[in-house]
Design a protein around this ligand. Structure first.
Ligand code: ATP
Ligand code: MG
Length: 393
């Protein structure tokens, strides 16, 4: 409620200017579910230019979609003009939107009844599609005819399954049937939009069920690279059930189960950021090593603590063994490492050149690497004199 209270003066200002304004969307839904609210979304009858005249500090993000950011008390608020999306092209969201003055029309274009509830600044609810009842029954149901709504924008099918994961709700029967029938329409949706929903799905507490639904509803056949792997998706769903694993670890488990190399190519089709791809890859490589070796000081040092911990969580999940003592052990070994990073070495290239009176060259790197391993293993103490003695012997 705190966040709504803080934003209430914004609604008041818009109303004083002669327009309507409401809280809408995910924030109202999550509030009714007693869940923590991320950002409040505001919908208004005022057009973007009119909003910009009311507030001194605004900036444009998607003015063609009717969205303006208003800066108020140091926070950013997304304010979106009521709109309809009457012309859908190729099962995607429309190119153009029409701004309107009616709240009901705006709520009608929203995906699910639970997301089509508006709230006034005083907390009164406007709920023409009985979203509150569906929230009470934990049901995800489209606003109006499910097939029509998925034909308009096929991403809504992915959103539906994503909410199954996030909220532990179930799909309404007709909504589910429509997804199963229209799953192929997902082909028309850009991977960027699908990726966002899928990553949210992987973070949800009911993600195992949602992954099973992805298979059962046939949506998986239209996700990049997934078509051949219904068995492995279900297997991943089983492995991750009730386990503490982040979404990158879940990706790693799936990629390990499908045994497809190189994983970069697979993830690039999803347009995953390169940094994330690299992290997942590191986990997979470390996992392969872990299959035959226990953790040593050296292995933890070179793998890096975070990747080592992720790898162990993956290993334990896949072999169904208890994770926490093993995580503690890795942490303990890490704490005893004489250095955590190469730049903590007590010597550098200049020292080496002085000791052996040789010009700089690639030999320095080789020598430093040898010193580094010896220090990590505890074969020589990380102090200049000891290293010099060890180096010259
Ligand atoms: P989250 O808590 O993850 O942000 P959300 O419901 O707020 O969930 P958003 O993607 O932020 O989801 O969208 C805000 C609102 O916009 C939704 O609640 C819904 O009313 C509407 N909406 C978003 N995407 C669509 C869509 N593809 N079709 C119809 N309405 C949509
Ligand atoms: Mg939102």
């Amino acid at each position: 409620m705190e966040k709504f209270k803080k934003a209430a003066p914004i609604l008041e200002k818009i109303e004083q200017a002669g327009f309507e304004a409401y809280f809408v969307g995910g924030s109202v839904r999550d509030y009714l579910l007693n869940k923590p609210i991320e950002d409040v979304d505001i919908a208004t009858s005022a057009f973007p230019e009119e909003i910009k005249q009311i507030f001194p500090k605004t900036f444009d993000v998607g003015i063609e979609h009717g969205t303006v950011i208003v800066v108020y008390c140091g926070e950013n608020y997304e304010i979106t003009t009521f709109r309809t999306e009457d012309e859908y092209v190729d099962f995607r969201r429309p190119k153009e939107v029409t701004f309107i003055r009616s709240l009901e029309e705006d709520l009608k274009r929203r995906d699910f009844t639970m997301n089509a509830i508006a709230m006034t600044k005083d907390g009164a609810l406007i709920d023409p599609y009985n979203g509150q009842e569906d929230i009470k029954d934990k049901i995800i149901c489209t606003v109006g005819n499910a097939e029509d709504r998925f034909n308009e924008d096929a991403l809504r099918m992915m959103r539906g399954v994503r909410f199954v994961s996030q909220l532990s709700f179930t799909l309404d029967k007709k909504t589910y049937k429509a997804i199963k029938r229209l799953a192929p329409l997902l082909q028309h949706i850009s991977i960027e939009r699908i990726y966002i929903e899928f990553m949210k799905l992987l973070k949800g507490e009911n993600r195992s069920k949602a992954l099973e639904l992805i298979v059962e509803s046939n949506l998986y056949q239209y996700l990049p690279g997934f078509a051949e792997y219904s068995k492995e998706i279900n297997e991943t769903a089983r492995i991750i059930e009730n386990k503490y694993l982040n979404e990158l670890e879940v990706w790693a488990i799936f990629l390990i189960s499908i045994e497809k190399e190189p994983t970069e190519n697979f993830l690039r089709k999803w347009k995953m950021p390169v940094k994330m791809i690299r992290k997942i890859n590191q986990m997979i490589q470390a996992f392969k090593k872990r299959e035959t070796e226990e953790w040593t000081k050296e292995a933890i040092y070179y793998t890096g603590l975070d990747t080592a911990l992720s790898t162990e969580r993956i290993y334990c999940a896949m072999h169904e063994i208890e994770v926490s003592p093993r995580i503690d052990k890795i942490q303990q070994i890490y704490n005893t490492l004489p250095i955590k990073h190469r730049n903590e070495l007590a010597v550098n290239g200049n020292d080496l050149m002085k000791w052996v009176k040789r010009n700089s060259g690639p030999w320095i790197r080789d020598a430093l690497e040898k010193i580094e391993v010896a220090v990590v293993r505890g074969e020589v103490r990380n102090d200049k004199e000891h290293i010099k003695e060890w180096f010259n012997s």
